[in-house]
Write a protein that binds this ligand. Sequence first.
Ligand code: MN3
Length: 259
Amino acid sequence: MQESSIIHRRQFVKLGTFAATAALLPRTATAAAANTAAAAAAAPVGAPYVLPGLPYAHDALEPHIDKLTMEIHHGKHHAAYITNLNAALATVPDLAKQPLGKLLAGLPAVPDEALRGTLRNHGGGHWNHDFFWKSLAPAAQSGKPSAALAAALDASFGSLEACKKSFGEAATKRFGSGWAWLIVSPDGKLKITSSPNQDNPLMQGVVPAADLGSPLLALDVWEHAYYLHYQNRRPEYIAAWWNIVNWHAVSERFAAAKA
Ligand code: MN3
């Protein structure tokens, strides 16, 4: 009971921030912020988890990500992570009460090795995809980094273009399936990392300590994310993907991480 009221309050605060920001933004950006707020409102807050709806239509990211890829990626791949996560959590009611991010941050405390592996892969799969969808917006609503985020990107990488270059290299070099991340490190600096499979920067004791932090932006480089349209041309997918980054969402995450 106490746990759920804490989660509710946290969500309420987050939605309040979105609403306040939306009031200050021009019309197209307001629509994007409203989409993000709607997605946050629809997002699951506990087990059993349900597949959250996309904050845009399946074809809204074309031509950069095609409709069929979005339908399969969201409706099949993401849904399967949730099904497997729920099946695992059904056996451990105490763990099921934890917010997913907290559960993933504390994986080493899960004593059963098989359960730990399932939570890592399928809990990570749900968290990462939920985060990924909210990191994207139709190209016309992509926007740009806030002044504060732009300044931090300049300070850490020299420029936004230099950040994109490093991020693209991390995403390209990730062997096999995984993710590229832009995070705020515990020291407050921005950093680019990558992780295998469904690992993410929240996973203490799983990913290297230097790769831990608050995620601002994620790119899925599993072949299921791009193969139908781009086949083996991962760098082409990465380059096109920048057109549909939701910079409003990324800027909000940066502000929250620095607060
Ligand atoms: Mn995926």
